[in-house]
Design a protein around this ligand. Structure first.
Ligand SMILES: Cc1cc2nc3c(=O)[nH]c(=O)nc-3n(C[C@H](O)[C@H](O)[C@H](O)COP(=O)(O)OP(=O)(O)OC[C@H]3O[C@@H](n4cnc5c(N)ncnc54)[C@H](O)[C@@H]3O)c2cc1C
Length: 543
């Protein structure tokens, strides 16, 4: 049913999966052994954070018990005192089996002489990152999972379709409302309700909330907003990881310059040519991401507040063929007449990965019955305050599988919710432009006020901008109009509020969350996870 028309979609299914990234696909494959599965994806199957993952997947070799334990240590260290140990333990100990399975299902990782090649990335004590086609690991994982899932007769796909609401009845989620995500056909007027025994949100991250992001346009945080609306709790929303090195040239996209570049020996230099990481951390360029990102931000600010360029420098690296090892990055740079082996490459941080998300237990169960979450949209506490590089593809596999098991084990009955909803009005051009303006203002405010360096005054200013955006969007929505851009804008506004409120409540600096008014880590008050629900104050809990 790939690309199926909304009206022709079945009206009930055993398992509904929102998202076709690594987490949703891994879950769907397992669920299909127990019932009919419908996988919904906002655009085509390849358009996900998973597809764009470059560096690789962090995993110890199955036979190397010592490295499983070191991987755990590295994950805990990166998470800055807030990693939920049982989650990290599940990640590193179940990871090798999940990756072997992935290889059996057709993923081809780079190898030489019959052995998988492993590289090292920031804050990893050993080279344990598997990669595919050099720097196109996510695309290879996505390709193989999509092909494997397609071959299963009980998995159907609905592309260019979005979940716009979760249906809640009898204290549980019983299905979802769907709408076409294509703005340019007649179908966009229709909505449809579909019932399911269990709904998995695997809708990925929310990078689009920030003006500078490595995430594709589908990453608007819809799943987080849907869960909030259904009454679920979010956790640790203040922890947004900013990747230190996205390409930085006016007018060019914020293309990711993978951590693996530094893993292969790249230096960071300021515009005076100094290798400045010596001043910030003993691990130099391979220090945890938040440390590197803040160092670049500081080096990129001149004394008079002017912007100064920071560069990645690989000109001295002779141990690898840079074109062969990084074909995708090399191709991208060629478009700007730059070469890794010859040129300094301008780079600065961009919003990259959300450590927080829909609060789940270790099996993907959220705080609302019938609703499960896995992958980047979920928060198991596995990353604590800062994700270790390349742990998230593994997270999608491990917790996608665990959530699928819980959905099956819970044996929830199917409650009917089927109907084709009334035709709704589309936005006119003026409304669409107003939505775009609100979103632009929100994303800029999030970058300036809720980004890498925060304080009470910036966060309060961000909240004022968020409130203005929310009010403007509500005014348009009140007229009974619907569209993809309005739905996404409202999702982003909701997620922005969760980030800002959680960041304001955490009066300390830890991991990816840095408060210039509280620059130190405060374990006594804040070695706890934040919890955010709509209409309530942020609270902190030990897990
Ligand atoms: C440029 C880049 C490079 C990265 N490199 C690495 C790396 O090297 N290693 C690593 O481990 N991690 C990396 N990451 C992070 C990693 O890719 C993601 O965290 C991970 O792939 C998320 O997988 P997921 O399944 O949770 O979500 P995603 O892969 O983001 O999939 C989300 C899915 O949800 C769908 N969706 C969204 N909203 C809706 C809606 N309303 N209705 C229906 N469907 C919806 C989307 O269409 C998509 O199919 C990188 C991320 C980026 C952006």
């Amino acid at each position: 049913m790939t690309g199926s028309k909304l009206k022709e979609l079945i009206s009930s299914v055993d398992y509904l999966v929102a998202g076709a990234g690594v987490a949703g696909l891994r879950a769907a494959i397992q669920l299909a052994d127990h019932g009919e599965v419908l996988v919904i994806t906002k655009e085509s199957l390849g358009e996900s954070n998973t597809h764009y993952a470059q560096g690789g997947i962090a995993v110890a070799a199955a036979e190397d018990r010592e490295d499983v334990s070191l991987h755990l240590d590295d994950t805990i260290f990166a998470g800055d005192g807030l990693v939920f140990l049982p989650a990290a333990d599940a990640l590193v100990s179940e990871g090798p089996a999940r990756v072997s399975e992935l290889i059996e299902w057709g993923t081809r990782f780079d190898s030489a002489a019959g052995r998988l090649l492993r590289t090292r990335e920031g804050a990893h004590s050993r080279p344990r990152i598997l990669h595919a086609n050099g720097d196109a690991t996510g695309a290879e994982i996505s390709r193989s999972l999509v092909a494997y899932a397609h071959a299963h007769p009980r998995i159907k796909f609905a592309e260019w379709t979005m979940v716009t609401r979760l249906l809640v009845a009898e204290g549980r989620v019983i299905g979802a409302e769907l709408a076409s995500a294509k703005g340019d056909d007649n179908e966009s007027k229709y909505r449809k309700q579909i019932s399911a025994r269990a709904v998995l949100i695997a809708s990925g991250g929310a990078g689009q909330v920030y003006s500078d992001t490595t995430n594709p346009e589908v990453a608007t945080g819809d799943g987080l907003a849907l869960a909030l609306e259904a009454g679920a709790e979010l956790a640790d929303m203040e922890f947004y990881q900013f990747h230190p090195t996205a390409f930085s040239l006016a007018g060019a996209p914020r293309f990711l310059l993978s951590e693996a570049l530094r893993g292969e020996g790249a230096y960071l230099r300021n515009d005076r040519g100094e290798r400045f990481m010596e001043r910030y951390h003993t691990l130099l360029e391979l220090a945890p991401r938040d440390v590197v990102a803040r160092a670049i931000t500081r080096e990129g600010l001149g004394e008079g507040g002017e912007t100064r360029t920071v560069y990645l420098d690989m000109r001295h690296v002779k141990s690898v063929d840079l074109h062969q090892r990084f074909p995708g990055i090399s191709r991208f740079l060629e478009g700007y007449s730059l070469e890794l082996a010859r040129d300094l490459i301008p780079a600065r941080p961009a919003a990259h990965y959300l450590m927080g998300g829909i609060r789940t237990d270790l099996t993907g169960r959220t705080t609302v019955r019938g609703l499960y979450a896995a992958g980047e949209v979920a928060c198991t506490g596995v990353h604590g305050a800062n994700r270790l590089a390349s742990n998230s593809l593994l997270e999608g596999l491990v917790f996608g599988a665990r959530a699928a098991q819980a959905m099956v084990d819970d044996h929830l009955p199917l409650l009917q919710a089927e109907s084709l909803l009334p035709v709704c009005l589309a936005l006119d051009a003026g409304d669409a432009a107003r939505v775009a303006d609100h979103v632009h203002a929100l994303r800029c405010a999030m970058w300036a006020d809720g980004g890498l360096l925060r304080s009470a005054s910036t966060l309060e200013s961000g909240l004022r901008a968020q409130a203005e955006c929310e009010t403007g969007l509500a005014h348009i929505a009140q007229q009974g109009k619907r569209s993809r851009c309005l739905f996404e804008a409202q999702s982003m506004a909701r997620v922005a509020r969760a980030i800002l409120c959680s960041a304001l409540a955490r009066e300390e600096s830890r991991g990816a969350h840095f408060r210039s008014d509280y620059p130190h880590r405060d374990d006594e008050s804040f070695q706890k996870h934040s919890s955010y629900s709509e209409g309530k104050a942020v609270t902190f809990e030990s897990w």
